[in-house]
Design a binder for this molecule. Structure first.
Ligand SMILES: NC(=O)c1ccc[n+]([C@@H]2O[C@H](COP(=O)([O-])OP(=O)(O)OC[C@H]3O[C@@H](n4cnc5c(N)ncnc54)[C@H](O)[C@@H]3O)[C@@H](O)[C@H]2O)c1
Length: 366
């Protein structure tokens, strides 16, 4: 019953997308590899694509489960046309296993997530996000896959104080974490494989994802962590003054953008933002969290983390709209309510997988 919750949300969302028939026919019977497919965004993508490829298609998920710290991919329902391979994108044996299935399209979402984690473990960040990606691109080029869609990051491209809304042709070399550097490098490697080998790559720049499937934890995003702490009656830490803004994007809007990127020819060799195109302040989000969880505790104000040099984030989504017809559907409160519902349904699994070592939370550490 629990797993049907995820399927229901994904399948209903797909219906609202009104994809053109050509796109639906394109995906039918396809074999698709999703790296990081047990993760927050990847699990939603895997469930959605399993519907689009149908019974005669196949979804292969390659994930080492490092994000949910569990032996079982409980974040991913077991579906008839889905193969889960617990493995690492840096490991040839695991790559040979998944490439044996002859994937036609690859969505590359596996990553060493995210900023603070990469500050703490810079070599691991480069190992997964640079060397792992090169290995995957090599296999993709050698096996002539039809499309390689890469989950890049808006925070990795635009630097600290650019003009808003962020448009794709602005790029900053002043990045503040190894994660940002490595995600940007990932885009450059996609461009190289596109140019040199003709691999049909697409760079999708995600902004501040949230939604069902994101397990809170030491290195996770602010929304799941706030929900988790607030449900436990804890003070919420605000790093900064709370007026900071983010372009919070519902995970299924990102999934929509990915699905479109795997199909439209105009996306090949391109990079574009996938975001909500709206700004939400941290304080507004935090007040909402406190309200829905009946938490009366005061906020704990802390200085911003050294690497957090982005007081506001707002993406232009015009390019994605023009090239692939991307249009986000979820406003913040709607997506937030679904996230809260997921927290309630999966309460046991979430508490088992959530790990905040004492004094180590990236949200509160200086
Ligand atoms: N969540 C966001 O706000 C956001 C924003 C911008 C970009 N992105 C990018 O989108 C992608 C997905 O993000 P997410 O939030 O779903 O992250 P996530 O951590 O939930 O998912 C990534 C998955 O990759 C797996 N993984 C990590 N290292 C691996 C390895 N070496 N081999 C195989 N699997 C491995 C993890 O176990 C995890 O399940 C990432 O590439 C991330 O950099 C995310």
């Amino acid at each position: 019953m629990k797993n049907k919750f995820r399927e229901k949300i994904c399948f209903e969302y797909l219906k609202n997308c009104n994809f053109e028939k050509k796109l639906e026919n394109f995906y039918k019977k396809k074999t698709i590899l999703i790296t990081g497919g047990a993760g927050a965004i990847g699990s939603n993508l895997a469930i959605s694509l399993s519907k689009l490829v149908g019974k005669r298609g196949k979804i292969i998920v390659l994930d080492n489960l490092s994000a949910i710290r569990d032996e079982e991919p409980w974040n991913l329902p077991s579906l008839e046309n889905m193969i889960f391979v617990k493995g690492d994108i840096r490991n040839d044996k695991d790559l040979k296993r998944v490439f044996k299935e002859r994937p036609e399209i690859i969505f590359h979402l596996a990553a060493f997530f995210a900023n603070q984690n990469s500050v703490d473990y810079p070599e691991n960040s480069a190992s997964v996000d640079v060397l792992g990606q090169i290995k995957l691109l090599e296999y993709a080029a050698l096996t002539n896959v039809e499309r390689f869609v890469y989950a890049s990051s808006g925070c990795a491209i635009y630097g600290s104080y650019p003009k808003l809304p962020l448009v794709e042709d602005f790029i900053s070399m002043h990045l503040t974490t190894p994660y940002q550097i490595n995600k940007m490098t990932g885009e450059m490697y996609c461009n190289f494989y596109n140019h040199h080998y003709g691999l049909k790559t697409v760079n999708c720049r995600f902004f501040n994802s949230y939604g069902p499937g994101e397990v809170p934890g030491q290195y996770r995003n602010v929304i799941p962590n706030f929900l988790f702490w607030s449900r436990n009656g804890q003070h919420l830490p605000i790093t900064g003054d709370g007026k900071e803004t983010r372009d919070f994007t519902f995970c299924l809007d990102l999934v929509q953008g990915l699905i479109r990127s795997g199909f439209y020819e105009k996306a090949i060799g391109e990079n574009f933002n996938l975001a909500s195109g709206k700004e939400t302040s941290i304080i507004k989000m935090a007040k909402l969290v406190k309200k829905v969880t009946n938490n009366n505790k005061d906020f704990l104000y802390k200085p911003r983390r050294k690497w957090d040099t982005k007081p506001r984030l707002l993406a232009s989504i015009k390019k994605a709209e023009k090239l692939i017809g991307y249009k986000p559907f979820f406003d913040f409160e709607e997506g937030f309510n679904l996230t809260l519902e997921w927290f309630e349904v999966f309460e046991d699994e979430i508490s088992k997988s959530t790990d905040f070592p004492p004094g180590m939370s990236s949200a509160v550490r200086d």
